[in-house]
Design a protein around this ligand. Structure first.
Ligand code: MLT
Length: 242
């Protein structure tokens, strides 16, 4: 198994090259965490939109009351949308049985870039073991695609990518594994921060930004390993729980 890590979605130059790969899309703060929460609480399906405009356009094709427009710009709810991007908003009462059209700044874009992947899984700390189990069992080459922040590196996705690499390789013979330099770097970062993931989130650029907006609780939710054992899979334009 080859394991590679892209630190930003910009590195996906050729979407068709993902055809034979299992891609694990990571956006710890907060798309992966929020999507897992929404599916746990009964959302029927989530449609990631690469822009606010395309989300609104898609919504205009659906029956009023059947969908929720969700997402953020600058961390906050988009004008006219039903929900922002805090996992705390995605309660069973609000999302059960609904189609969610979801436009976040970085996560949605990363996800839509994986439409040709053999499998595209949405992963954060909250559901990491579910994703690793699936990727290990199917045995394809793995690409960990970090959503980053505005096409730049972000530490929380890199550390999560390192933890995925650690779990995928744990106890396996090195003979059958080939880690790219970026996977080795992510693994080292994970080893540096693994003792206190919440502290790492609190010190990250995006973590500090979210705290400044009043979303400190979201960091606690996002740092809680395996607290939401749901595996969101993106296929044919929609995200569903496996
Ligand atoms: C994103 O996709 O950019 C993030 O989920 C932003 C956020 O924290 O709301």
């Amino acid at each position: 198994m080859n394991i590679d890590v892209f630190f930003t979605p910009l590195q996906v130059q050729d979407e068709l090259s993902l055809q034979n790969k299992t891609v694990l899309v990571v956006d710890v703060l907060r798309a992966s965490t929020t999507i897992a929460t929404a599916l746990k609480n009964g959302a029927r399906v989530i449609i990631p939109a690469a822009s606010v405009e395309s989300a609104v356009k898609y919504a205009s094709t659906l029956e009023e009351g059947s969908f929720l427009l969700c997402g953020e710009r600058g961390g906050e709810i988009i004008d006219g949308f039903h929900l922002g991007n805090s996992p705390l908003e995605y309660t069973e009462e609000k999302v059960k049985g609904k189609t969610l059209i979801y436009a976040s700044t970085n996560g949605s874009i990363a996800i839509t870039k994986t439409k040709y992947a053999k499998y595209s899984l949405i992963v954060g700390f909250v559901n990491i073991s579910e994703a690793v189990k699936f990727a290990s069992e199917n045995g394809n080459d793995v690409l960990i695609l970090c959503s980053g922040k505005l096409n730049r590196f972000c530490i929380e996705d890199a550390v999560c990518g390192g933890m995925i690499t650690f779990l995928l390789t744990k106890g396996k013979s090195k003979k059958n594994l080939n880690l790219s330099d970026s996977a080795i770097a992510a693994l080292k970062l994970y080893k540096t921060y693994k003792k206190n993931l919440l502290k790492m989130l609190g010190e990250s650029e995006h973590g500090k930004f979210l705290i400044s907006l009043g979303f400190e609780e979201d960091l606690k939710i996002a740092s809680s390993v395996d607290s939401i054992p749901i595996l969101p899979i993106y296929s044919d334009g929609v995200i569903k729980a496996r």
